[in-house]
Design a protein around this ligand. Structure first.
Ligand SMILES: NC(=O)C1=CN([C@@H]2O[C@H](COP(=O)(O)OP(=O)(O)OC[C@H]3O[C@@H](n4cnc5c(N)ncnc54)[C@H](OP(=O)(O)O)[C@@H]3O)[C@@H](O)[C@H]2O)C=CC1
Ligand SMILES: O=C(O)C1=N[C@H](C(=O)O)C[C@H](O)C1
Length: 267
């Protein structure tokens, strides 16, 4: 049984992970971490979620919890994730990161931690989205720049980052298909008199509302026709299942940065 610590256990993804780990044949919940002062500290994680006791008390002692785990799964915030990556590197514990919304400095800190431990990071842990990145790369390469690429994502009204991590993954795949770096051709905001669309740009649009789990369209708009590649997530359990699969895989990997294409052997 692989011992898994969950960071941000009271969150939407944290609770889903706790349930999925409790039901998993090869994984064991070794710790649940929340920040100091959180209502759940000291309570059993299962009862805090309104269910049966799981025998794991929620802790704010992240260093001890991470050192006692084989793998840490972390769907929290960029700032928190950077701190957890540092603790995981010191403890020699593999780290699975589902958090999104990173800036360059966060990614540099994560890369530093990955010199010591295996880190799997993906803006989306589902099989469907990771397959979609492969298709996006292929279609972008096949069509060339006479087709404009726009990425539209819709999420629930509690989401704090935009574009979504998934939209950026899809954008990177499209840019790669065309032989570019996304940062050179991304158009992330349009408002007012923007001027005509720049040929070759990849545009992003983010919609927020209700309880939408996550929807992503990659639109290839050409002369007289459009191709739309779409993924719809109906249930967060698919992200949790993907993260647990990544954790079981990461436990045996040497230090380095990996993504779900490595875990799913899709490269
Ligand atoms: N890669 C993927 O497949 C997916 C990625 N995500 C990403 O995962 C992240 C979390 O999403 P979601 O669960 O919806 O968000 P929530 O806001 O519901 O949960 C985040 C949790 O992290 C906790 N947290 C924040 N900082 C700390 C800290 N320093 N120490 C301990 N806990 C901390 C929060 O606690 P508190 O309430 O006290 O702030 C909260 O419990 C987002 O970045 C989201 O985009 C989401 C779904 C799938
Ligand atoms: O915040 C979310 O909810 C989600 N975040 C991820 C993202 O930013 O792409 C994955 C999924 O779409 C749900």
């Amino acid at each position: 049984m692989v011992g898994i610590a969950v960071a941000g256990g009271s969150g939407r993804m944290g609770q889903m992970l706790i349930r999925e780990i409790a039901d998993h044949a090869d994984a064991r919940l070794s710790a649940v971490i929340e920040r100091a002062g959180h209502d759940w500290i000291g309570q059993d994680a299962g009862t805090a979620m309104g269910g049966a006791a799981l025998g794991v008390a929620v802790t704010d002692e992240a260093d001890t919890a991470i050192a006692g785990a084989d793998v840490l799964i972390d769907f929290t915030s960029p700032q928190a994730t950077v701190g957890f990556a540092d603790l995981a590197a010191k403890a020699g514990t593999a780290h699975v990161i589902g958090t999104t919304g990173f800036e360059a400095a966060h990614l540099q800190a994560i890369a530093k931690a990955a010199e010591k431990i295996a880190i799997v990071r993906a803006g989306n842990m589902s099989l469907g989205v990771n397959l979609l990145t492969m298709l996006t790369r292929q279609v972008a390469a096949a069509l060339g720049e006479s087709f404009d690429i726009e990425i539209v994502e819709t999420h629930h009204n509690r989401k704090v980052d935009a574009p979504s991590g998934t939209a950026l993954m899809l954008g990177e795949a499209a840019a790669e298909g065309r032989g570019h770096r996304l940062e050179d051709i991304a158009d992330r905001a349009r408002d007012g008199i923007t001027g005509a669309r720049k040929p070759g740009d990849i545009g992003f649009a983010a919609l927020r509302g209700g309880d939408v789990v996550g929807e992503h369209d990659v639109i290839f708009a050409g002369p007289g026709e459009r191709i739309v590649l779409r993924h719809i997530a109906d249930d967060r359990s698919l992200f949790a299942k993907g993260a647990i699969r990544a954790a079981l895989w990461a436990k045996d990997q040497s230090a380095g940065e990996y993504d779900m294409l490595d875990v799913l052997e899709l490269r």
